[in-house]
Design a binder for this molecule. Structure first.
Ligand code: P71
Length: 475
């Protein structure tokens, strides 16, 4: 069978609203052409993010009822701690309310002013916390990751030559750790290989650099390893996850993704001293170290979610293949997007979709707004607006990847929802020459993409050479 049918049936439904084009035109204008500022009730199919948007299982809803809401020493904490230890293999566990809180604590503790923090591509919140702690982020992902059409099977891998260059230039003592992300979000949900993890760990051990995993999408990454890496076909997802984590010294995690819950996160590590310090920080910023910003019931649902994510391989196969399905349908319409397809989302290539809109006029932001007007589907910009300004030069960073992310919430939408989204985007593609760029009317200083507001600029006619460039980009 080409596509994997849902390994569950639907027990509770939530009605969603169809709106008219006129209604959506008004709504997006009021939202300053920023899909983050739309009201969710005005959205038909919400592909903004896979973060905190999962449908929980009946066992997770039952677990909620078993929440022990004691201020200290909740039994759900001990259950969650044991689950994290068993599934990911780290010795120590510190709960936080979500991923960026774990990043905040880790960055504060490990980074000193003037340090460098390499990573396999930036993530917005991760890099910001590194910068706020006085560090500088250095991209050490393989070059293929910046090419939307490279078919490299592990576009998330770290390029060890880039690591060596950084060590030679700044000295290992100024590199406290590497932030190593699984299924690299900003690269299009692209996985790392076990071999790369193993080699990276050997390299870092030689220089006394910690490998800190961004564990947000490790379950999805394990599925790609099972499918693509020699020697892993007969290993279970659970075994692969455990082995991958064994090549790292600890992790931050936004549990709102692969953890199958609506809120939650954690920090985990093998180093006792780091653990003691992290536990001391969590009580300042999050809450007591036995809840870290989560309610007892949230921890119960998360422990159950983690167990479900690795209990059988059926769930994750369906999950990643559903994303692949959307990519294949878009491909059949000739819509330019990042390949190979990622685990959690399909990323449209806005530079190729709108070659007549210069990157300084935010083509991906504009495309996300137009997709909403055309279809009622909400997507997210992942391009020049997300990348922000360079703190030194103050210039827009203009990343190579100018993308619109169609993100699939876990266990929420059916194949027909995805067919509808793809068909609408194909319709928009036919009159894409009518779409213009945007200009800022309100630009927040940090993480500007969340609250920025824009106004439309007139569409410039598409020139013949831009059409050619677009053909080239699609190859
Ligand atoms: C996503 C999110 C949520 C988000 C965050 C920032 C801008 C837009 C959307 C969150 C991640 C993530 C990775 C790899 C850490 C976090 C922060 N992703 N690492 O993709 O993808 O976790 O949101 O729980 O604080 O929509 P947090």
């Amino acid at each position: 069978m080409k596509y994997i049918p849902e390994p569950f049936k639907i027990k509770t439904v939530e009605p969603i609203k169809m709106t008219t084009r006129e209604y959506r035109q008004k709504a997006i204008k009021e939202a300053g052409y920023n899909t983050f500022l739309l009201r969710s009730e005005d959205v038909y199919i919400d592909l903004l993010t896979d973060s905190g948007t999962s449908a929980m299982s009946d066992a997770q809803w039952a677990a909620l009822q078993m929440g022990d809401e004691a201020y200290a020493g909740s039994r759900n904490f001990y259950d969650l701690e044991r689950t994290v230890q068993e599934v990911f293999g780290f010795k120590y566990f510190v709960p936080t309310h979500q991923g960026r809180a774990a990043e905040h604590i880790m960055s504060k503790l490990l980074i000193k002013t003037g340090d460098y923090v390499p990573g396999n591509m930036y993530f917005t919140t991760t890099r910001l916390h590194q910068e706020l702690a006085g560090g500088t982020f250095i991209d050490v992902i393989v070059d293929e990751a910046h090419d939307p059409y490279s078919r490299h099977p592990f576009k998330g891998n770290v390029d060890l030559k880039k690591m060596q260059k950084l060590v030679d230039e700044v000295g290992a003592e100024r590199i406290p750790y590497i932030s190593y992300e699984t299924c690299v979000n900003m690269a299009g949900g692209q996985p790392v290989s076990i071999q790369n993890a193993r080699e990276l760990k050997e390299f870092c051990d030689k220089y006394g650099i910690k490998v800190m995993l961004d564990n947000t999408r490790t379950i999805e990454n394990a599925y790609f390893i099972q499918q693509r890496e020699p020697g892993y076909k007969n290993k279970s997802i659970r075994e692969i996850v455990y082995e991958l984590c064994s090549y790292t010294d600890g992790c931050t995690c936004s549990a709102k993704k692969d953890g199958l819950v609506n809120i939650g996160g954690f920090l985990a590590m093998n180093d006792e001293e780091f653990f003691v310090q992290a536990r001391a920080q969590v009580v300042i910023y999050e809450g007591l170290h036995t809840y870290g910003g989560m309610a007892g019931r949230d921890m119960a649902a998360l422990a159950q979610g983690i167990r479900e994510s690795v209990a059988t391989d059926d769930y994750i196969r369906y999950r990643v293949e559903q994303t692949n399905y959307l990519g294949d349908v878009l491909e059949s319409y000739g819509i330019p997007h990042v390949v190979p397809h990622g685990g959690h989302a399909i990323f449209l290539n806005a530079r190729a979709f709108l070659p007549h809109v210069p990157q300084e006029e935010f083509p991906a932001q504009s495309l996300a707004a137009e997709i909403y007007v055309e279809t009622g589907v909400r997507a997210m910009e992942r391009g020049n607006v997300s990348a922000g300004r360079d703190p030194v030069t103050g210039k827009n960073r203009c990343p190579k990847l100018e993308l619109v992310r169609l993100t699939i919430p876990r266990r929420v939408y059916t194949q027909s929802h995805l067919d509808y989204a793809a068909e609408g985007i194909a319709k928009l593609y036919k009159h894409r020459d009518k779409i213009g760029g945007l200009k800022f009317v309100f630009e927040p200083q940090m993480l500007r993409f969340f609250q920025a507001r824009f106004e439309p600029l007139p569409a410039r006619p598409m020139k013949a050479e831009e059409m050619v460039e677009e053909e080239h980009l699609r190859r």
